[in-house]
Design a protein around this ligand. Structure first.
Ligand code: KIV
Length: 272
């Protein structure tokens, strides 16, 4: 950890912006439950995102579209309780901010009131900039999300790399600047060329957090279950596996089954 985060004080949006200024990289991971979030927070991650990837990771859905505001609140409340250090950001799920600005502000306020998170995240650019401004004006920090925006998977036609063509790259830069102007503190850049992500990073005040966006962003985010080796079938090019938690759990579970079957568990010492 760098000098801004060694004292384990609570990370705020101000800290995130100061880290960008100081060129200290920001490490964000997702979490969806209390126990995992406690471990990530104790390990010193700068920010925890309750991603709507909870829809896939926690609920086994095919995409992020089905998860509801109520379900996000359930996950976010558990994560927020666990964190004394990390900045906690909650995704606004599909359908919670697209209908009207008023409904979006109402849902953002509900998420803040009922969970204790520090900020919300929304997918989209110029189309939702007025809504983002409304949420920021209500006093709620917002992280934007550009490039591959999984809530629009059906419109995009899949999970491929975005903004490889000039027109889409120019639109992404305009989107990032529009979000920056209304005061987002960070922008997730998902699955875009590294050179484009680096350019956006230089052109906005907000901190950029990349996933599949190369090393020129202000920080990185990964889904914790992917990063720690719990989802072996998901192997995109951008993913690095930092641990083999699945194997570790398998070993422990095999040991447990063996000890139950051979009656060595529980022992006398483990009995009353
Ligand atoms: O939902 C999520 O986990 C995300 C990250 C992958 C950026 O949005």
């Amino acid at each position: 950890m760098g000098y801004l985060t060694t004292d384990k004080k609570k990370v705020t949006v101000k800290t995130i912006l100061a880290m960008k200024t100081a060129s200290e990289k920001i490490a964000q991971l997702t979490a969806y439950d209390y126990t995992t979030a406690r471990i990530l927070d104790e390990a010193g991650v700068d920010s925890i995102l309750i991603g709507d990837s909870a829809s896939n990771v926690m609920n086994g859905n095919f995409d992020t579209l089905p998860i509801t505001v109520d379900e996000m609140i359930y996950h976010a409340r558990a994560v927020a309780k666990a964190c004394s250090h990390a900045l906690v950001v909650c995704d606004m799920p599909f359908g919670s901010y697209q209908i009207s600005k008023e409904e979006a502000i109402r849902n953002a306020i509900r998420i803040m009131k009922e969970t204790g998170v520090d900020a919300v995240k929304l997918e989209g650019g110029i189309e939702i900039v007025d809504t983002v401004k409304g949420i920021v004006d209500a006093g709620i920090p917002v992280e934007g999300h550009l490039g591959l925006t999984p809530q629009s998977v059906h419109k995009l036609g899949g999970y491929g790399v975005r903004a490889t063509e000039e027109a889409e790259a120019e639109k992404l830069i305009a989107d990032a600047k529009a979000l920056d102007e209304v005061g987002v503190f960070a922008i997730t850049l998902e699955k875009v060329p590294a050179s484009l992500a680096a350019r956006v990073t230089k052109e906005v005040k907000a901190a950029t957090i990349g996933i599949g966006a190369g090393n020129g962003t202000d920080g990185q985010v990964l889904v914790y279950a992917d990063a720690l080796g719990m989802t072996e079938s998901f192997k995109p090019k951008f993913l690095r596996q930092f641990a083999d938690v699945k194997q570790c759990m398998m070993d422990g579970v095999h040991k447990y089954i063996r000890c139950v079957k051979n009656e060595s568990f529980p022992s006398k010492e483990e009995s009353y």
